[in-house]
Structures are given as C-alpha cells and as structure tokens.
Design a protein around this ligand. Structure first.
Ligand SMILES: *Cc1c(COP(=O)(O)O)cnc(C)c1O
Length: 248
C-alpha cells in the first residue's frame, strides 16, 4: 500500500487480519486451505463511509440483503473501486429480479420456482448469466426463506434446465441451536447433487461451517461491529415453537 492509511483503514485491516487468521486456522484443522474459502463481507445497514475502509484494506467481495439499499450504496463505491464483487445474500422478490441481475454478481437466495422463472427471464433480457446458490430451508423453519429440503432436487433440476449457472447450496441454520448438524446436512445434499460450493457460516459460526466444508462464508458483525438493529428480527414465539417441536 502506497497511500497513507487512516485510523479507520488500520482498524478495518486489523479486523480483516484477525478474521483471516481464524479462517486459516479452521481450514488447516480440516486439511483445507484458506485459499478455497471466499470471505463475503456482509455490509447490510452500513453506509458507504463504513464500507470504504474495508475496501481500502483490500476486501473485494461484499454481501447485501436488500436490492434498494444496494442500489443506493454500491454504484458510487464501484466507481471508486472497479473490481468489487457484489453478492445478494438475502431473499429476493420476483419483481426485483431484473434490478438484482443488473446490480449483483452472485445470487445466494434462489429458493422457489417462481423466482427461478423471473431470474431466467431477467438474465435473458440482460444477456448475461449470474451464478446462483440455491437456498435451502435447512431447519424446516416456517418463517424462514429457502427451499424445502424435499423440493430442492427438483429446483436444482429446473435451474439446470433453465441454464442458470449453479454454484452450490446456501443456508442460514436455525438460531440458538447448534449449527453443525445443519451445515453437515447441507454439505451432504450438495455432494449428492454434484454441486461444488457451500455458502454457509456467519460471524457466530463460520469456523464450524468451514470445518464442515463451507466455501463461501458471509460475515457481517465480525467485520463491521453490531448492526444498529436486527435487519430481520426473529419473533420470540417463533424460536419457542421450534424448541418445543424439537423437544417432543
Ligand atoms: C446478515 C446476514 C449475514 C451476516 O451475519 P453476521 O452474523 O452479522 O455475520 C449472513 N448471511 C445472511 C443471509 C445475512 O442476512
């Protein structure tokens, strides 16, 4: 680096280095290398001023969960730094498919046939194919996005028919339960379908995810600090119901 580094950039570089160390440790423990693992910095709710230091510290892959918020932030940041790779990690409404295809490089939330149709149409219109992950509702949670486990093979087949480049499977396991079994299940499903990549692991569980085969980890809080408010609050009753149904 030739430019003078501000305290904000030094701080971002420090967080990045600490995170990379843990990624490296988890990878080596399981005979993998950190080079196989893509770190996606999830910058949702954080403004351009909070994101810039991380870009200056060398981070290039970023994740957002809302199309409109991304349209407000990223065109400017991309003018400043051309080789940004933008991942849509949240749920996508079918009527936003065209906007998503225009802005993002990778879609992690393909989870239903209607969205598949909308994305295929948007990709045809834009004359480009975006690599996608199919999101699986791995904990069978009612309130959560993702394709039901039983429906996933059919959705994978439909995506292949529609010529959508599939990278692999993605999941957000249930909160407040050990995540490892869900990561292992997602890895098994991907293996059975011959899909090479696994988008799994967030700030609280990325090391576990890596040890179970994650290739794309989505980390927000560990890089940016706490978000002002939860982007999508989980209702307390939802957790309770899940607990009860599992206990029986
Ligand atoms: C917010 C979010 C993340 C990042 O979560 P942290 O716990 O802040 O690391 C990862 N994946 C998805 C889908 C998210 O919405």
């Amino acid at each position: 680096m030739t430019t003078a580094t501000s305290p904000a950039v030094q701080d971002a570089a420090q967080r990045l280095a600490t995170l990379r160390d843990s990624i490296d440790r988890a990878a080596r423990l399981t005979q993998r290398t950190a080079d196989d693992i893509r770190l996606i910095a999830v910058s949702k709710t954080h403004d351009a001023d909070a994101i810039r230091p991380l870009i200056e510290a060398g981070q290039r892959a970023f994740g957002e969960n809302r199309v409109q918020e991304s349209q407000e932030k990223w065109p400017t940041l991309r003018e400043e730094q051309a080789d940004i790779e933008l991942h849509l990690v949240g749920q996508l409404q079918s009527n936003k498919a065209a906007e998503a295809v225009a802005l993002f490089d990778v879609i992690h939330g393909l989870d239903r046939p209607s969205l598949l149709t909308a994305l295929a149409k948007a990709m045809d219109a834009a004359g480009k194919r975006l690599p996608c992950f199919i999101q699986v509702n791995i904990g069978a949670e009612e309130q959560k996005g993702g394709c039901a486990i039983a429906d996933t093979p059919a959705l994978i087949a439909a995506a292949r028919d529609a010529d959508i480049p599939l990278l692999g499977l993605m999941c957000v396991p249930p909160a407040e339960i050990e995540a490892a079994p869900f990561f292992a299940l997602l890895a098994k499903m991907a293996r059975e379908e011959g899909l090479p990549r696994l988008s799994m692991g967030m700030s609280g569980d990325y090391e576990t995810a890596i040890m179970l085969g994650a290739t794309d980890i989505r980390v927000g809080t560990a890089l940016f600090g706490e978000r002002p408010s939860p982007a999508r609050p989980v209702p307390a009753s939802g957790r309770g119901m899940l607990r009860n149904s599992r206990a029986k």
